[in-house]
Ligand binder design. Structure first.
Ligand code: FAD
Ligand code: NAI
Length: 325
């Protein structure tokens, strides 16, 4: 196949995964993202107290192809294994909950992995693509929400969460109907840092009951510097019930919940931040891998084609590239 000009909308891990595989196959790839950089839900906020992972906390690796790629990332120093002192907080209280599962994190933050995979690919950031226009039987133009246009492109890959992809897929009503089946749930994230390390052995905790479902000592991950920092995620149900609450009230509420789970009083944090993820995770597991309308030169990928995990976002992007090539 001769070299194609391919637009990839969305530079989260799925988009970056597709883009890197397509570039390896000698195609010209042009990524677009509405945010300032790449990574999407693999997000690390740079702060005065160090980098804080607000979205995905770690990833596991079960698929052979993903494990193969992971070995390269480990060898390159882009990721490292994280071995937290793992706890669970359930009806019986807070207790250690060790297991044999390997867990990996980006270095120095989760966003490093998509950044490294992006390499020197062309990314047009802070550009929200609003429409796809077919200009003839072969080619596409993109328009952003200011009306600026980009193209022409031979193929388009849409790598954004399903509810956001629907508006872009007007030229492919069958794909739109398929995507309309997908619902995604929100999460509120609390990130806090303290001057003095909290006196607790907990590095990470799965929480069952109450507003939280996950707590981690961000600063216990390899390669992190700065204060003793913590990230807590709400359950989808709690986030849905507090969708329009102010970040200040959410932070206060989740800080109390963090104190309850750890069973200690917390000093005044040196840093507090709350972030709302409207489309944090797909509600159901699918086995679609990726979707396409090849007759139109349109391809769609994202974690929601499988399940809401880092590994699945990468696999979905790889499948799109294989289908396209
Ligand atoms: P995204 O990362 O959402 O990427 C989509 C990109 O598209 C974004 O960058 C967005 O800005 C861009 N975009 C959207 N619309 C447009 C548009 N119109 N124009 C241009 N750009 C657009 N997974 C794990 O494996 N382990 C975990 O511990 C874990 N924890 C998580 C915790 C939270 C709070 C969240 C939110 C997710 C977590 N996940 C976890 C899930 C994991 O982060 C996702 O599965 C994965 O990052 C999804 O990647 P993606 O590329 O499919 O989507
Ligand atoms: P994993 O294998 O570590 O965890 C999967 C699930 O198994 C956990 O959610 C937890 O309920 C349970 N579990 C695993 N080890 C445990 C232990 N030692 N003690 C008690 N329970 C344990 O990781 P995997 O399969 O890669 O899952 C990814 C993680 O990402 C999940 O925890 C999931 O909840 C989280 N996620 C969070 C999102 C959010 O919006 N907050 C979105 C998408 C994923």
């Amino acid at each position: 196949m001769s070299s194609l000009r391919i637009a990839v909308i969305g530079a989260g891990l799925a988009g970056v995964s597709a883009a890197s595989a397509l570039r390896e196959a000698d195609h010209q790839v042009f990524l677009f993202d509405k945010s300032r950089g790449c990574g999407g839900r693999l997000s690390t906020k740079r702060t005065a107290v160090g980098g804080l992972d607000l979205g995905a906390q770690y990833f596991t690796a079960r698929d052979t192809r993903f494990r193969h790629a992971l070995q390269h990332w480990l060898d390159s120093g882009w990721v490292a294994e994280w071995t937290p002192r793992l706890y669970c907080c359930d009806a019986t209280g807070l207790h250690e909950s060790p297991d044999d599962q390997q867990r990996f994190v980006g270095l120095p933050g989760m966003s490093a992995l998509p950044r490294q995979l992006l390499g020197d690919a062309v990314l047009t950031s802070q550009t929200r693509i609003a429409q796809l226009h077919r200009i003839d039987a072969e080619q596409w133009m993109l328009a952003d929400d200011t009306g600026a246009t980009y193209g022409p492109f031979d193929r388009v890959v849409v790598a954004v969460p399903a509810p956001q992809a629907i508006a872009l897929l007007e030229p492919a009503p069958t794909l739109q109907q398929t995507l309309a089946q997908i619902s995604m749930s929100p999460t509120w994230t609390l990130a806090v840092a303290f001057e003095q390390p909290l006196t607790t052995p907990v590095d990470a905790c799965f929480v069952r009951g109450g507003p939280l479902d996950w707590i981690s000592r961000n600063s216990s991950k390899p390669g992190r510097h700065g204060n003793d920092s913590w990230v807590a995620h709400s359950t989808p149900a709690w986030a849905a019930d507090h969708l329009e609450a102010s970040p200040e009230s959410v932070a206060a509420h989740l800080l109390d919940a963090l104190s309850d789970v750890l069973g200690i009083a917390l000093a005044e944090p040196a840093f507090t931040y709350a972030h709302r993820w409207l489309l944090a995770r797909p509600d159901e597991t699918r086995n679609w891998g990726a979707l396409a309308a090849p007759e139109l030169g349109l391809y769609v990928c994202g974690d929601w084609c499988l399940d809401g995990r880092v590994e699945n976002a990468w696999l979905s992007g790889q499948q799109t590239a294989r289908t396209l090539v």
